[in-house]
Design a protein around this ligand. Sequence first.
Ligand SMILES: [Mn+2]
Length: 431
Amino acid sequence: MEQFQIPQSFIEEQNRSFIQPANRAYDVLAEDLDRRGISIGSITEKAAKFEVALPSWAVGTGGTRFAKFPGPGEPRTVEEKLADCATVHQLIRITPRVSLHIPWDKPADASRLKAFAQSLGLGFDAMNSNTFQDQPGQALSYKFGSLTHADRSVRRKAIDHNLECVEIGQKLDSKALTVWIGDGANFPGQIDFRRSLERYLESLREIVRALPDDWKLFIEYKPYEPALYATVLNDWGTAYYCASELGPKVRCLVDLGHHLPNTNIELVVARLLQCGKLGGFHFNDSKYGDDDLDAGSIKPFQLFLVFHELVMAAEESPDPRNISYMIDQSHNVTDPLESLMVSAEEIQRAYVQALLVDRKALRAHQEKNDALMALRTLKEAFRTDVTPILQRARIVRGGAIDPLLLYRASGYRDRKARERPARTEPSAGIV
Ligand SMILES: [Mn+2]
């Protein structure tokens, strides 16, 4: 069956009804920024170059700890997931790469999948290994850990799985592997803290040795899991220690939800930047913990402060070693494609707001210990409504002025509901 895609002509037609107010708002903002000594043209150019990767696992509905409530037209194959990602990118134009999860997205033929992605205008971002659950028929279980398991043969299996992810990733032209493990202890005394971290390093050394020269490995940390007493990769300090031990290809990945409540994440970002070990982000938002809420939905000021650190560091010493931006969210009650579009825009918004910070003035306030004026300088940038810049950045690349409304008007979800009849078996759990 022919797979429905939103025709480009539909985008142009829909944009027509939004273009005049968008242009007017852009001109008003241009004047305002001009008064502040900022060229809107150069900011718009930077906004248009901004990119964030989509996670293949987020185009389907996520779940609570107890169940999933899937929506209509959910993608059933990796190809359908890519088609959904392509639709997101078509409308917002800043998500040209997809981060795959193995084995959930294991391609039968990697070269064919790469060609298919290319035909949709997509490439591949970091590969994600999965040693946090057993696959059907798996002989050696990850129940008590994977890369840090007490049993060498389980560690061997987990290492081999990561090596396979690299192998598949090479065929897809990916350049990074994100290693996330759920290893830890549910009770005091269950594991030896130091020995399990030693085993982690030993396992990782073998994976790093197999990494191609132009690849990076990202270590993702998290201080807790439900019903866990301790995790092995518990915080950025541990991740930094491991990344240092494992050499230049290994960096730390900051998942915004993987921190204890009220952690100063922008400070963590600054520290990792300073140590040269910041590798990438998993963007999402949270109220309590790893809620995987949509980026910018709870703490937009925090997101802005994170980008302020990133922009400031890039301005002071342009780092050719790129930092990977990825979304990692769970969409339980929304259309996942809508959430992804809105989230990508919120991440881009925080970046653009951070570009507007008068850093010279900020430095002067810092030198004079003028705390309130320093905060006001940040707030001035944060309060600027940069929507007209985001809209213009999309217009010049053929995207939608209002992606959400256009998506709804396109009837995409209804078409997919007919093309992709739902699976009947219940699927449980968190993504
Ligand atoms: Mn993550």
